[in-house]
Design a protein around this ligand. Structure first.
Ligand SMILES: [Zn+2]
Length: 257
């Protein structure tokens, strides 16, 4: 027996959900497109019927919510979490002042990028605080002229080296002296007060230097080591075996900075 909505409100009717039949008079269209709810009355309708109605409408609500849920495609590119900061304490910069001696063709700026790339492994880098083209005759103090006479032991610098180190226009920062050549054909050398208290922290770079000679010599200062590393891939390997351009630094070496 079909009834009207007034009967339904009085608890006398149940509602049956069926497909929309636009032509059927009295059909109550549900919110879910394509469904309609028609009140059907019965003499046996009780309050329990209303509860059945609630359950039916509730089921329809769940169906509607399920239908509206957008499936998650595995192809969706999610925004990845940020990579952990490798240098949470920032980059430790070491001030360096460049001095070019007569005849040299390289300069500190040629070595800046390489040094910063290599030292980034230790969250370190250099900061060029100034430079100078020094007009001096010190390379002619001792034979052979035109080249820096280099030490056999850091404890005993040559007269040319002592004169050179006394010229420190950058003050107390690390100086990088660029020379055209060195008497024993070395590509570079370093000075450290931890080895000889009479010398400042300084590096020498000749025109024959490799791309990583400057940062290798600086490594002797920053890591405060004299011995060379046995691994050719290490920055502190001797120039005779070092794979230039690899320049790995170990965590232990970084820990010495
Ligand atoms: Zn070395």
């Amino acid at each position: 027996m079909r009834g009207d909505l007034n009967d339904f409100r009085k608890g006398k009717c149940v509602v049956r959900i069926s497909s929309i039949d636009q032509k059927k008079p009295g059909a109550v269209q549900g919110k879910t497109r394509g469904l309609s709810a028609s009140p059907v009355c019965s003499r046996k309708s009780t309050v329990r019927d209303k509860h059945s109605l609630d359950r039916n409408l509730g089921n329809q609500r769940v169906m509607r919510m399920t239908a509206q849920r957008t499936p998650i495609s595995p192809r969706i590119q999610r925004d990845p979490p940020p990579a952990p900061n490798p240098c949470p304490d920032g980059i430790k910069k070491f001030d360096v002042f460049g001095v070019n001696l007569p005849g040299s063709t390289r300069n500190l700026y040629n070595d800046e990028a390489k040094a910063n790339t290599v030292l980034a492994q230790c969250c370190a880098g250099i900061n060029i605080v100034g430079g100078e083209s020094w007009d001096t005759t010190l390379l002619d103090l001792q034979a052979p002229h035109g080249s820096l006479n280099e030490f056999k032991s850091m404890a005993s610098p040559t007269a040319e080296e002592t004169t050179m180190l006394a010229h420190a226009p950058g003050g107390s920062v690390i100086h990088a002296y660029y020379v055209p050549k060195m008497s024993d054909r070395s590509r570079g050398e370093n000075f450290r007060p931890s080895v000889n208290p009479a010398v400042p922290k300084a590096v020498v770079v000749s025109d024959t230097a490799a791309v990583d000679t400057f940062v290798h010599e600086l490594g002797h200062i920053l890591f405060d080591v004299s011995a060379h590393h046995a691994n050719p891939d290490n920055l502190m390997a001797s120039g005779s075996i070092r794979n230039e351009g690899v320049d790995n630094i170990t965590a232990t070496q970084c820990g010495r900075i």
